[in-house]
Design a protein around this ligand. Structure first.
Ligand SMILES: Nc1ncnc2c1ncn2[C@@H]1O[C@H](COP(=O)(O)OP(=O)(O)OP(=O)(O)O)[C@@H](O)[C@H]1O
Length: 230
């Protein structure tokens, strides 16, 4: 589905991503773990075309998108939930969700599944995004990314600063989305238990390189938690 080959990226003189290669499969959750500042967000930004790739390639469903601008990557089927959510605070919940449909023909309805998954968005449809709690905003950001029916859903630390009950709702939603078999999910996470519970495949990053990788089910025996804590 998504295939990344020998990806390098640098900010000015500082080399951030060092030869990353991996695949993300449809119907599966791939979890990317690593401590603060190792390059996780930079990798996601490279996948979205928000920072330039120095060398290597990014292929989505056989299409080379290494140098494609962000809007074409969205049109090609990548839904992105950025760190810190970045919803539009002055727009209503409904307007935020409609923004997610910008690549679709006018009058395309908001998929009802979003409201089934996150009923609070229906209840708060006409409230301003900025008036929602952090957890509700995270649900809104995920709903907005889902509106256009992505083939690849990328989530950057969706549990950051969120209360435990909403973390459970988000976990359930991600598992359900993977099980539909309609999309691949790439999840960046520092909250180990959440990451382990969802991962089909894991990648552990340290200073712009993968230092461990494997099946999600092997995370405990591979000692990923301890490696993260070092
Ligand atoms: N625009 C930028 N210009 C220069 N350096 C940057 C820029 N953005 C990030 N960096 C540096 O690149 C490195 C990787 O940052 P990145 O945000 O990708 O890490 P991260 O693993 O996502 O961390 P976190 O979990 O804290 O978000 C850090 O050393 C950071 O200071």
């Amino acid at each position: 589905m998504l295939s990344v080959d020998n990806l390098h990226q640098a900010y000015g003189g500082s080399h951030i991503l060092r030869g990353l290669s991996f695949e993300v499969e449809t119907g599966k959750v791939t979890t990317l773990l690593g401590r603060n500042g190792v390059g996780k967000t930079t990798l996601l930004k490279s996948l979205m075309g928000l920072v330039k790739t120095k060398s290597g390639s990014i292929t989505l469903n056989g299409q080379d998108i290494t140098h494609a601008p962000p809007h074409l990557r969205v049109a090609a089927g990548i839904g992105y939930v950025p760190q810190g959510r970045e919803i539009f605070p002055r727009l209503t919940v409904e307007e935020n969700l409609l923004m997610g449909l910008a690549t679709k023909p006018g009058k395309t309805p908001i998929p009802p599944r979003i409201f089934e998954m996150f009923p609070v968005l229906k209840q708060m449809l006409h409230r301003r995004g900025g008036d929602l709690s952090g957890g509700q905003q995270q649900q809104l950001a995920i709903g907005r990314a889902l509106a256009m029916g992505p083939k690849l859903l990328i989530l950057d630390e969706p549990t950051e600063g969120i209360q435990p009950s909403i973390i459970k709702d988000i976990e359930r939603a991600i598992r359900m989305l993977a099980q539909t078999g309609e999309m691949a999910i790439l999840l960046v996470e520092q909250y180990y238990d959440f990451a382990e519970s969802l991962a089909d495949q894991y990648l552990l990053m340290e200073r712009g390189e993968f230092i461990m990788r494997g099946k999600g089910a092997n995370m405990p025996q591979d000692g990923v938690k301890a490696a993260l804590a070092v």
